[in-house]
Design a protein around this ligand. Sequence first.
Ligand SMILES: CCCCCCC[C@@H](O)CC(=O)SCCNC(=O)CCNC(=O)[C@H](O)C(C)(C)COP(=O)(O)OP(=O)(O)OC[C@H]1O[C@@H](n2cnc3c(N)ncnc32)[C@H](O)[C@@H]1OP(=O)(O)O
Length: 307
Amino acid sequence: MGDGSHIDPRLLLSHKFPEDTYTYTERDVALYALGTGGCTRNAVDHDELKYVHHEDGLKHIKVLPTFAALFFGTGPLDKKIPGLQFDPQLLLHGQQYIELYKPLPSNATLKNKVSVVGLHDKGKAAILEMEVKCYDEASGELLCMNRGTIFLRGAGGFSESSQPYSYSNVPPNQVSAVKIPKEQPFAKFEDCTLPSQALLYRLSGDYNPLHSDPRVAKAAGFSQPILHGLCTLGFAVRAIIKCVCRGDSSLVKNILGRFLLHVYPGETLITEMWIQGSRVIYQTKVKERQRAVLSGYVDLHRLASLL
Ligand SMILES: CCCCCCC[C@@H](O)CC(=O)SCCNC(=O)CCNC(=O)[C@H](O)C(C)(C)COP(=O)(O)OP(=O)(O)OC[C@H]1O[C@@H](n2cnc3c(N)ncnc32)[C@H](O)[C@@H]1OP(=O)(O)O
């Protein structure tokens, strides 16, 4: 375990998180769409303008499904959690899973129920899985659920190496990394991130200096600030909505993304998609380095009528 890191599984897993409130407005929705590359290449893009503009006013704009990931905030970076001490500079976002139960309104106040659903000792790192269920305060309805996996470098080794600690109450089929098919993809979409992408995206609420401060990025092992994982996920799912859903984001039901490698703002993202029933398997690569940076799946409510 690295200096200053300490994990006590008993304390951490028995911690009861107080209910959290999260409020967003149409301005947040539009800013998020721009932060994840919406309308960047084409300001009148038919599929994307609806996330930032409506002729009858902002309260009619649509919400991208990946916006749901923001409801978590930055999890353990925000608050002290008993039994969890780690170096925040070494934290990386490992994975994100989202289930959407209702279309997201253009503004809302949410009541969030947070819990720890997984903890693993990987020796060099600890993996923490957190879940948040988000209820619309006005209607009491469950809108969505998020599960975030956090990779804490240097925080492993808190259990016996002969029998490393591992706890999960998450169905394994929801979280395991996907197998990329060998066939040619159904579709491929190329999109450029801006050199200022992380500076724009952070205004959606994740102010982790890893994405903006060159000194912090260097201390974390990167040559320059890196892009937020959730920003890359936003680009990938937007590509799938465009290529497979023909712009209809209401078809999206569940989303999984595993962050395989960091992205530097300004790099080009190529997302490849394969269709398996109503599931879209995808992989995003950085064109300049020819490396896969994200993979996962998007489950759709229906598909056949579209293709
Ligand atoms: C609650 C939500 C709050 C979110 C807060 C987020 C705050 C943000 O500001 C932070 C960010 O956005 S960081 C940017 C996005 N993330 C990244 O760039 C990370 C990219 N991934 C990597 O670098 C490596 O995959 C890396 C380093 C993650 C792993 O690579 P390696 O060290 O080579 O690991 P490896 O030896 O391959 O595997 C060790 C064990 O870990 C499991 N694992 C690997 N990658 C994982 C991943 N991405 N997610 C979850 N688990 C992962 C492996 O399965 C392996 O376990 P096992 O030995 O049992 O197979």
